[in-house]
Design a protein around this ligand. Sequence first.
Ligand SMILES: [Zn+2]
Length: 409
Amino acid sequence: MRKAPFIRIPYTGPLPTPELYPRNANSTPGAIAALSKFLTAPPSPSLQNGVADPQSTVVLSGAGISVASGLADYRGTNGTYRQNKAYRPIYYHEFLASHEARKRYWARSFLGWTNLHKAKPNAAHYAVKDLGEMGIVRSVVTQNVDSFHSIAHPNLPTLELHGYLRALVCVSCHNELPRGVFQDSLAKLNPAWAAFLEEVIRSGALDTENPDERRAKGMKTNPDGDVDLPGAPYTTFRYPACPHCLANPPIAGDGTQTRVEVDGEGAWSATSTAGILKPAVIMFGESIPSKVKDTAEHAIDGSGRLLVLGTSLATYSAWRLAKRALERGMPIGILNLGGVRGEEAFFQKLPIGQTGEAGVRVEFPTDKILPKLVDQLRQAGFAKVADAGMANAADEQHANSKIFKDMLS
Ligand SMILES: [Zn+2]
């Protein structure tokens, strides 16, 4: 098997115009009927042998599912970054190499966190929870770093392919630090910024989900919880060192003793050679750990079909999982506004006259369709698996989550 690094890179190429399957799935009832057929059909005859649960579905989600929570989508329908044309995410190597780049990143992130922290999962995440409880969805792989899936359905195995913003991780010792603790440190180290943040919160610029209103108040937000503040003196921003490395400077890979130095208030000093904290997300240009990659593949391989929710599959790591599903003979369903990278290939072999069992392509917001889909499945007699044997099913779900976590530890 190919062992090339699995690097997260943004895709900037054009996306195709979606063609809908089946053809009558262009209305809400049509889309719901097709998805319902897709999720409940018998396993596909083209499916490879040896799938753990061929009747089940694995969900692959992206930024589109969080739009209804007030978080921005990365892309417009033509695949370009839509909020802010000048926005370019920071790359891992820049973050590691440059103290100045880190100041800028953390200053913007400091302002953006309040909003992200306040945001909550939406009806689409809870519909995925319901589908999990019905035994229809077996696991979720998400590209999102907002933790909404794990908040909405803690008992449904969920793999966060690109990590999560709820914690920081030290690039030297790999210990994690909760984001709330880190945010408090940033506020203490940067009182002028903290005062500015208070002011912005008071102005209401962070309350509105409307990018135009935010812009009118002088703010721009980006999908990673990043806020643009024209003319802000990023160079004055300070961030803390990893507390573990500060207490106990680690030995570097080459056997030399590292230095972790801070100013009088605990801000990381540029004379340090270790103890840099980064968000616990896979940054652009950073490799996805092989355990995460293997677990994601394992999740795909364990189910009989793939449901893609709110993603253009623009990142290679996600697109590759969909391609894997296709190669394994899994029917693919896509619910996404706008084109999806390479989507023609997913539906090339659909039998004529199929009504959703072999593949679905629909274009609606996830929060408008999934709750209604759950209602329809309930009417068709699908109930919480736990209703049949509450204790056992719950135990089993916990056991599943545990297996997932063990694989990542
Ligand atoms: Zn550390």
